[in-house]
Structures are given as C-alpha cells and as structure tokens.
Design a protein around this ligand. Structure first.
Ligand code: NAD
Ligand code: UDP
Length: 335
C-alpha cells in the first residue's frame, strides 16, 4: 500500500516525501510541475537512497488521475497540489478557484470511486480572521483573498464529505510560515521570479541576487514596529504530516490542527538572526506597509502537541542556516 502525494515535487511536498520514505512508506507522487522542477526527484533519491513512483499528471485531469489509482494500491492521500500566491490569486481568481477547488473535487471523486478515504490536506493560517493573539483552531475564520477563500472552501467541502460518509478520515493542517530547507541543502524552496516571502528574499539578498531587503512597515504595534509571524522549519512541518497521517489512517473523523511553533518573530528579528547564524549582513530599507498584511500572526499548536504527539524541534537559527545552505548550494534553484 502506498501514500499518494499530490504536489509532491513542490517545496513542502518534497520534504514530506523524504520523511515518508525514511519511515518506510511506499510513495506515489502526482504533480503537473506547474510550480516545481523534475530535478527534485533526483535530489529526493540522493537524500533517501529510496525509489518511488512519479506521474506528471494534473489533478484536474480525472482520467489521468484515475489511471494512477488503478495502477497503484493507494492507502491514503496527502494533498499539497495547489496554487499559493496571494497576489496572483487576487489578479486571477478564476484560475485559483478552478485549480485549487475543482482539483480537490476531482481528487475526492476519484478517491471515493477507488474507496480511498484517508486524506491529509494542506490548509493555511490565512483561513483565520487575524487578531493580535495566538490563534487556536477555534479562532474566528475569514479569509481576505481568493487564495485564502479556496482553503476555507475546501475545508468546508471536506467537512461536508465527512458528514455524508463517516468512513472517511480527514486531517486539515493549517500551516503558519514554513521556511528553511533539508539540512543536506539538496532540496528547498525554489522561488520563481521575485520572492514574495521574507526568507527567500533574505537569502537572495545574501547570495547577491537582490540588492537589499524592503521591510514592509515599521509602525506596527510590535516590539520593533515590524510585522510578527510564526516561522516553522519545513522539516518539522513535514514530520507533522507523518503524525497526522498516522492518526488519519487509524481513525475515521475529520480534525483540524495548527502547525506552527507558537513563537512570533518580527522581520527585524529574522534579519538579525540570519546575520548571526550565517555571518552575512542583510542591507534593508524600511518601506510602506504591504497592503493586506496583518501586524501579528502566530499559532497556538497545543492541539497538535496533545493529539498528534507532534513537537517542533528546530528554532529560528536552524531555519536561517538551512535556508542559507540551500540558497548557497543552489543559487539558481533546481536549474
Ligand atoms: P509549491 O508550489 O512548492 O507546491 C505545490 C505543488 O503543487 C507544485 O509542485 C505544483 O506544481 C503542484 N500543483 C499545483 N497545481 C497542480 C495541479 N492542478 N495538478 C498537479 N499538481 C499541481 O507549494 P508549497 O509551498 O509546497 O505548498 C504546498 C501546499 O501547502 C499548497 O497547497 C499551499 O497552498 C499550502 N500552504 C503553503 C504555505 C507556504 O507558505 N508555503 C503555507 C500554507 C499552506
Ligand atoms: N516582509 C517584508 N519584506 C519582504 C517580504 C515580507 O518585510 O520582502 C514581511 C511581511 O510584511 C510580513 C513578514 O515579512 O510581516 C512575513 O511575510 P511573508 O510574505 O513571508 O509571510 P505572510 O505575510 O504571508 O505571513
């Protein structure tokens, strides 16, 4: 029996596959390579010395997806495949609703047809109506952009599926800010074009690809005026998926978990920690706030600790060091 990983050549998917293979799972990957490179497969093999199956398939293509279920004995699905750029989702909502929502509907239809009813889904902290305190799974929901709406809608769809058929087991994982890379430096986040997120921008400044970091706002109500986020090492996040998978395989229920560290760091905290752990200065300028940004966002992950037995192990220094190692060894990403 194998675990099907949709979006498995992407950033979080590739790190999760390393953990799955290390734990002895058989893995089948489906990805249309719209935001990832085929080279990642070789890197995963190099790290794990294990083999797996890969299908270049778009999850919107039901026939192709069915073929994967027909030819493999799938036990459960970890569903990463989706588009994730907030700004792009505002400009191209139809593309986001179609890819993320219709893609998930097709996947669930095929799962249902082949009687595979165990699913771990990548949701996001963007589903919360943000507030200045730590967010629990019961905090108020409310997304502010089409990307976030797709995550909220998919969560609802999955709840409805479970309501209709209690033999499903579904885990919704709400990630906070995944950063870092595998300690080997062989896999990491391959940001295409100008990075939107803080850590890839910092590493691109460090490697000389960008002149300086623009810090979006220094007038937030935080200890140094810059925005606070809950950064989580991607390997800790990947390990969270294994814990969630284990529970999902054994229980027929739908549950939601935050995966964050519960520690908030400001933009300047990250910049200073990056310099401390790599010895590289990051020149920056303070700019206007980025529209849509909140001042503070961090998780209460005590439910994941309690129910999944998951605990993060890596701190901000590890996140900075591993992000830098990946960038340094792969200045052009996987190219
Ligand atoms: P990513 O873009 O690196 O990986 C997503 C993968 O899905 C890519 O390889 C892409 O080619 C593939 N894909 C997209 N649409 C597809 C389709 N229709 N058919 C087949 N493959 C398709 O993104 P990531 O950072 O690894 O994120 C994985 C998941 O986690 C996404 O669903 C994302 O929304 C969610 N998430 C990410 C973050 C983050 O900050 N990285 C935070 C919260 C949630
Ligand atoms: N940020 C910044 N400069 C950048 C990218 C991000 O100052 O080039 C800030 C952003 O305003 C936020 C924090 O860094 O306060 C994290 O931003 P990111 O986009 O990584 O995550 P998100 O805002 O989606 O949680």
């Amino acid at each position: 029996m194998a675990i099907l990983v949709t979006g498995g050549t992407g950033y979080i998917g590739s790190h999760t596959i390393v953990e799955l293979l290390d734990e002895g799972y058989d893995v089948v990957i489906v990805d249309n390579l719209s935001n990832s490179k085929i080279e990642v497969l070789q890197r995963i093999k190099e790290i794990t010395k294990k083999d797996f199956k890969f299908y270049e398939v778009d999850i919107l293509c039901k026939e192709a997806l069915e073929e994967v279920f027909k030819t493999n004995s799938i036990e459960a699905v970890i569903h990463f495949a989706g588009l994730k750029a907030v700004g792009e989702s505002v400009a191209k909502p139809l593309m986001y609703y179609n890819n993320n929502i219709v893609g998930t509907l097709v996947l669930c239809e095929v799962m249902d047809k082949y009687n595979v009813k165990k699913l771990v889904f990548s949701s996001s902290a963007t589903v919360y109506k943000m507030s200045d305190y730590s967010l629990t799974e019961d905090s108020e929901l409310g997304a502010t952009n089409p990307y976030g709406n797709t995550k909220l809608m998919i969560e609802q769809i999955l709840r409805d599926i479970y309501m209709s058929d209690n033999s499903w087991g579904i885990t919704l994982l709400r990630y906070f800010n995944p950063v870092g890379a595998h300690e080997s430096g062989l896999i990491g986040e391959d940001a295409v074009g100008t990075p939107n997120n803080l850590m890839p921008y910092i590493t691109q400044v460090a490697v000389g690809k960008r002149r300086e970091l623009s810090i979006f706002g220094s007038d937030y109500n935080t200890h140094d005026g810059t925005g606070i986020r809950d950064y989580i090492h991607v390997v800790d996040l990947a390990k969270g998926h294994l814990k969630a998978l284990n529970k999902t395989l054994n229980e027929n229920q739908i549950e939601v978990y935050n995966l964050g560290t519960g520690k908030g760091y400001s933009v300047l905290d990250v910049v200073h920690k990056f310099t401390k752990s790599t010895g590289i200065d990051i020149p920056y300028t303070i700019c206007n706030r980025r529209p849509g940004d909140v001042s503070v966002c961090y998780a209460d992950s005590s439910k994941a600790r309690r129910d999944l037995g998951w605990e993060f192990e890596k701190g901000l220094e590890d996140m900075c060091r591993d992000s830098w190692k990946w960038q340094m060894l792969n200045p052009l990403g996987y190219e």
